[in-house]
Design a binder for this molecule. Structure first.
Ligand code: UD1
Length: 428
């Protein structure tokens, strides 16, 4: 197993490119199951979760070629198996994204229940309830979701009790091949959901309300689609993480390949703390953004929420940043009940954090000192990397397979910004 060794205290400077979004790529890979023609996807990040999803599709019989590090060609015409097995699903909850497309195309499938994960119970009850409303018969047996809809799925009105990102994506894909119109009320507006809808719409599907919380999809009555080549949107969470790397070391850095409107909740918080941010954008909405040094870094408050609110996937990184801001920051996590696993590890580095239920109070500015810490989930791990960048001395970050799930070329990107970071092998 690998670990990262970081010698902290080095100022950062320079520019990096932001990769394609993992959370946008996963539903787009699943969407290939709806296509009758090979579907080419570019700007796909080369990270472990993408490899896992590709394995899942190959296991179903799909033929997938990597044309380049960041380009895949997905041909699902050869899919002859509709069982998503536990061995692959357990590695990544987002595997549940094959449920909607498999069921709408083949009228039956078996998908392993994803089980718990480090950040909370994360059930899939809303996905199943919505598919039932579309006419699916669903049983749970021996840890598998057994779903069938012998005559195909039917359009329905779905009202999600709570906003669910992969739930919205699953039902949009299920609705794509269904008979009739599906209206999803309380749908997610995340850019990843918007891109999924846009590609379906470019393939000729009638979709109203893209980017709003009420989406209507008129299904193709079982006809497979011809999905057009698409480039995955930039990863707003990766961009946010590197902005925090600049911020925590109070260093000017430049990011290429970001979309300004996807970054607002994050940039507004950085501005509140004291940073200036400049954008220059091309005609295609793709921007370069510069984070400039702050005179003073002030404490801030965060409440996580759905897009366009402050993303839960940036909560841990901002908690690390709060340790270097003057005053007490209050961070409230509203989406996941157990998403403070990084707190103990940040405290080991010297952070002053007190907890009360789903609220953390971080008092700064506190000097951090390098030590051994353990990554617990993807974004919690990046908070440890950020803290290590500013800690005095050497930090060893263990269990970095969590980071490898979602950050492409993390060490080389940080090294190009001037960080002292190495990947080493754990002693047996
Ligand atoms: C997605 C993102 C993840 C992000 C999260 C919230 C992907 C691959 N992952 O996860 O990075 O942190 O959105 O922005 O895109 N819930 C239920 N029942 C359900 C479904 C969800 O109770 O059937 C609850 C969850 O436990 C959680 C909340 O709804 O409390 C939101 O979860 P959801 O949006 O579904 O998260 P994911 O789609 O799994």
């Amino acid at each position: 197993m690998d670990y990262l060794q970081i010698v902290g205290g080095k100022p950062l400077h320079g520019e990096i490119n932001i990769s394609g979004a993992k959370n946008a790529s996963l539903p787009l890979l699943a969407m290939s199951l709806l296509s009758k023609t090979p579907f080419k996807l570019t700007n796909v990040p080369h990270v472990a979760d993408i490899n896992t999803f590709i394995k899942l599709l190959e296991n179903l019989g799909a033929s997938i070629s990597r044309l380049d590090k960041n380009e895949v060609l997905l041909d699902t015409s050869s899919v002859n198996n509709t069982k998503a097995v536990y061995d692959i699903v357990r590695k990544m909850r987002a595997s549940i994204l094959v449920l909607g497309p498999l069921l709408s195309r083949f009228h039956h499938c078996e998908v392993s229940l994803p089980g718990g994960c480090a950040i909370g119970a994360r059930p899939v009850d809303m996905h199943l309830k919505a598919l039932s409303a579309m006419g699916a018969e669903i049983d749970i047996k021996s840890g598998y979701i057994l779903a069938k809809a012998p005559h195909g799925l039917k359009g329905a009105v779905i009202v999600f009790d709570k906003k669910t990102v992969t739930g919205s994506e699953n039902i949009i894909m299920a609705a794509a091949l269904a008979h009739g119109k599906t209206k999803i009320v309380n749908a997610c507006k995340e850019p990843e959901v918007v891109q999924l809808c846009q590609i379906l719409s470019d393939a000729g599907l009638e979709i109203e309300g893209i980017g709003t919380d009420e989406i209507s999809i008129t299904g193709s009555e079982g006809s497979l689609l011809s999905l057009k080549e698409s480039a995955v949107i930039p990863d707003r969470i990766e961009a946010g993480t590197y902005l925090c790397a600049g911020a925590i070391t109070n260093s000017p850095i430049t990011l290429h390949n970001v979309i300004e409107s996807h970054m607002e909740a994050i940039t507004v918080k950085l501005q509140e703390i004291g940073f200036d941010i400049n954008y220059s954008c091309d005609d295609d909405r793709v921007c370069t953004m510069k984070l400039l040094k702050a005179k003073n870094m002030k404490a801030f408050n965060i409440t996580t929420s759905e897009f366009p609110g402050f993303p839960t996937d940036m909560q841990a990184q901002f908690m690390a940043l709060a340790t270097q801001c003057e005053g007490t920051s209050v961070i409230r996590e509203t989406l996941f009940e157990n998403r403070f696993m990084h707190v103990n590890e940040l405290q080991r580095l010297g952070a002053n954090i007190s907890m009360n239920g789903n609220v953390a109070q971080v008092t700064g500015k506190t000097p951090l000192f390098g030590t051994d810490v353990m990554a617990t989930d993807l974004r919690a791990s990046s908070a440890l990397v950020l803290s290590a960048l500013v800690a005095k001395g050497t930090s060893d970050i263990h269990r970095i397979y969590h980071l490898d799930r979602g950050y492409e070329d993390l060490e080389s990107k940080l090294r190009s910004l001037g960080a002292d970071i190495k990947r080493l092998k754990e002693q047996a």
